[in-house]
Write a protein that binds this ligand. Structure first.
Ligand SMILES: [Zn+2]
Length: 315
């Protein structure tokens, strides 16, 4: 009787296939270890197709070949540096899009270079070309493409970008979204104290007139660099000091405005802080007033903004 009951219970257990479980693991965002623990827990009441552990190991093996670690010598101080980077990221993005049943034409690849906690990182997000379709950003969809414990310097970023070889694909368009300092670096421009520091146009530093300056293009940056290379006087060639390293394969007529997203937060932090500093100088009660209002305007935040502003100014 007991044996018959046991047999019946085993047969009446709901069963989960390996494929079904792998899909659930991805949707729930479970790590391999957590998924294994979960399977052990539910095996009493649910039948899970055998071979789950091996299947997970195979997935991990498949993804481990996506990354490489290479040793380089820093051109800054000849020290050794190790770079972890994504092999053939464009193929990877293509495969993601086909898995989602989407086409590259509906998407843009948003790239971001930044330094934080001692690491220089290049990351990428697939975002919808038309923002109204769906929000597709968010940390879960951010792919870390390259990382290394090195400084945010032109020479280092150049090495990392060369390893990724990003703009080789015909279909997927890229743009950059990052802070102003890093924009100037990848454009090969001088810092924000240069004669023509703007990445978008040929504005002359300090000029307050309403003239519309010529807009910068990828081709313009490249030819400015070529001329600078033969006659190294940056101010004569629109403050270009180095070879531009953003999108080297892309059409020279593309405007920088089309491929470098205006960093709103960065700019607003600077302007808000500037106004705050002036108010504080003229009206001492500003500090008390601001502490009762928007927390972003409090003293400590203002000091942090000032640091960002100083970095942005390149001084
Ligand atoms: Zn400008």
């Amino acid at each position: 009787m007991a044996a018959a009951h046991k047999k019946m219970t085993a047969n009446s257990k709901k069963s989960v296939t390996l494929e079904g479980f792998k899909r659930a693991k991805i949707i729930a965002g479970l790590s391999g270890n957590v998924a294994l623990k979960f399977v052990r827990q539910i095996r009493g009441s649910v039948k899970v197709e055998p071979g789950f552990k091996e299947a997970l190991a195979n997935v991990n093996r498949k993804f481990s070949s996506l990354f490489a670690v290479e040793e380089e010598v820093s051109p800054l101080d000849s020290s050794k540096m190790y770079i972890v980077f994504f092999r053939r990221p464009m193929e990877f993005f293509d495969s993601i899009l086909s898995e989602r049943g989407s086409t590259a034409i509906d998407f843009l690849l948003r790239l971001s270079i930044d330094e934080g906690r001692g690491f220089l990182k290049i990351s990428g997000n697939l975002v919808f070309r038309h923002a109204h379709l769906e929000t597709s950003s968010g940390v879960k969809r951010t792919f870390l493409l390259a990382v290394s414990p090195i400084k945010e310097a032109y020479q280092h970023i150049k090495i990392m970008l060369a390893k990724l070889d990003l703009d080789v694909g015909e279909d997927l368009d890229e743009f950059y979204s990052q802070d102003l300092k890093c924009f100037n670096i990848i454009c090969g421009l001088g810092n924000h104290a240069s004669t023509r520091p703007c990445i978008y146009c040929l504005w002359v530093n300090g000029c307050k007139s309403e003239i519309l300056y010529e807009e910068r293009t990828l081709g313009g940056l490249r030819s400015d660099y070529q001329q600078f290379f033969s006659t190294p006087k940056a101010k004569d060639f629109n403050s270009t000091q180095r070879e531009p390293i953003l999108l080297p394969h892309k059409d020279p007529t593309i405007l920088l405005l089309q491929v470098c997203a205006l960093p709103w937060l960065h700019i607003r932090l600077g302007i808000v802080n500037h106004v705050y500093s002036k108010m504080k100088r003229e009206i001492p009660q500003t500090v008390m007033w601001s502490s009762t209002m928007d927390p972003d305007l409090r003293e400590t935040n203002a000091k942090r903004c000032l640091r960002i502003w100083t970095v942005c100014r390149g001084s």
